[in-house]
Design a protein around this ligand. Structure first.
Ligand code: GN1
Ligand code: MG
Length: 347
C-alpha cells in the first residue's frame, strides 16, 4: 500500500520506531478527519486511530486531550471494566502535535470491535443504555474542577436559537426557499425548548461530567460477543446535565434511518425508546435525582429539536460546520430530525 508521506511524518512524531503499513480514512464523524492506521513496530503489528482535529470547531484542542487523559486515568484507577481511550505521547510528552498549522493526535485502536449506524433491535438498545449508565456511574465520583471547557456555549440552547435567527437573516434566497417548510416547522414549535432554557438559566439540573455525543456510531461493539465494548469520541466530555446525553441517545438510537434520510416512513422505533430508557435507568436510576427523573421524557424532545435547528442553521449558513458529501445533506439531516421529533412528540 502506498502510504501518504505527510501522514507518515505525523505518525512518526508519536511512534518514531513504527512503520505504517495500512492507512485508510474512517468517514463516520461529521467534524474531525479520522484515519485507521496499522503499523509494524519491530515485528509487532498494531492498530491506531489518527485524527486531524477540526480547529474551527475545537479552538482549544489541547483541552480535549487533557480531559481525555484525566478521565481515562480516573476510570482505570477505579477499575472501570471496559477499554478506555489511550492517547499516544510524543517524545516530549505531548498528546497532540501541530503539523503545518493543523492539530493531530493518535490513540490506540480498540481492536476486535466494530461500529454501527443504526440500532438493530430493542435488546441492543437496552444493552447500550445500560452501558452508558454504567459509564456515568463510574464517572460520578470524578472531581469536576480540573475538567476544561472545550466548547463554550455548546449546551447553551439560547445560543443555538440566536444562531438560527442570524442564519435566517443572512441566508441566500435559494436556500431559504428550499428550507421553507422546515423553517416554518421550527418556528411554529419554538416554545418547545423554553422550559429547558429556564431550567438551564436557573441552574436547576445537577451538573455532571457528560459525554455530550453519545450517538450510536460512538459505541464500539465486540466482534466476538456483539455486546457494547467501549465508548469512543471523548472530544466533547464536558460539564452539563446528564439529560442532554439521555436525550441524544434517544435521538440517535430510536432513528431507524441514517441521519440524512428525509423519508418519514417508519423513522422512529418506539420499542427502542422504551428499552433504551429501561437499560439506562437500570444503571443510572440509582443516582438520578427527582428533578432529572421529572424531566427525563422532555429531554429527547429538546435535544432533537436543537439538533434539527443546528443542521438547518448550517444549511442556511452554506454548510460551514458539518462535513457534507452532497449539496443538500444538511437540509436532509434537518428533515430527518424533524420527522423523528414528530414521532417522539406522540410518545
Ligand atoms: C457531531 O462528528 P461527531 O460524530 O463527533 C457533533 C454532535 C452532533 C453530531 C450529529 C462537536 O458529532 O454534536 O450531535 O455531529 N459534534 C460537534 O451527528 O458539534
Ligand atoms: Mg463527536
Amino acid at each position: 500500500m502506498e502510504i501518504n508521506p505527510t501522514l507518515n511524518k505525523i505518525i512518526s512524531h508519536f511512534l518514531p520506531r513504527a512503520e505504517a503499513v495500512v492507512i485508510f480514512p474512517i468517514t463516520d464523524g461529521l467534524i474531525n478527519s479520522t484515519y485507521s492506521v496499522e503499523v509494524v513496530i519491530e515485528t509487532q503489528r498494531k492498530k491506531y486511530i489518527l485524527q486531524k482535529i477540526n480547529t474551527l470547531v475545537f479552538q482549544n484542542s489541547k483541552a480535549i486531550q487533557s480531559n481525555i487523559v484525566l478521565v481515562s486515568r480516573f476510570l482505570k484507577s477505579n477499575n472501570y471494566p471496559h477499554p478506555v481511550l489511550e492517547l499516544c505521547e510524543t517524545s516530549e510528552g505531548e498528546n497532540e502535535i501541530n503539523f503545518e498549522g493543523d492539530s493531530w493526535r493518535m490513540m490506540a485502536q480498540i481492536e476486535n470491535s466494530y461500529t454501527i449506524n443504526v440500532i438493530q433491535n430493542p435488546e441492543q438498545a437496552f444493552a447500550v443504555g445500560a452501558f452508558f449508565g454504567q459509564f456515568y456511574t463510574f464517572l460520578n465520583g470524578i472531581e469536576l474542577n480540573p475538567i476544561q471547557e472545550v466548547l463554550p456555549h455548546f449546551l447553551d440552547t439560547k445560543n443555538r436559537i440566536d444562531a438560527f435567527q442570524l442564519a435566517l437573516q443572512s441566508a441566500n434566497s435559494d436556500r431559504l426557499i428550499k428550507a421553507q417548510e422546515q423553517i416554518e416547522w421550527m418556528v411554529k414549535h419554538q416554545d418547545l425548548p423554553q422550559k429547558w432554557m429556564q431550567l438551564q438559566q436557573q441552574k436547576e439540573l445537577p451538573i455532571r461530567l457528560i459525554h455530550a455525543d453519545p450517538k450510536i456510531s460512538n459505541v464500539l461493539f465486540d466482534s466476538a460477543t456483539n455486546q457494547p465494548k467501549a465508548i469512543i469520541d471523548w472530544d466533547t466530555l464536558m460539564l452539563g446535565t446528564i439529560l442532554y446525553d439521555y436525550g441524544d441517545m434517544i435521538r440517535s438510537y430510536t432513528n431507524t434511518k441514517s441521519e440524512d434520510d428525509p423519508d418519514p416512513e417508519g423513522v422512529f422505533n418506539a420499542d427502542v425508546y422504551h428499552e433504551l430508557t429501561n437499560g439506562f435507568l437500570s444503571e443510572a436510576g440509582s443516582f438520578l435525582t427527582d428533578i432529572e427523573l421529572q424531566y427525563l421524557s422532555y429531554a429527547p424532545q429538546v435535544i432533537v429539536y436543537i439538533q434539527a435547528l443546528r443542521f438547518l442553521t448550517d444549511y442556511l449558513n452554506g454548510d460551514i460546520y458539518y462535513q457534507c458529501n452532497y449539496p443538500e445533506q444538511n437540509l436532509n439531516r434537518a428533515k430527518n430530525q424533524i420527522n423523528l421529533l414528530q414521532q417522539i412528540l406522540k410518545i
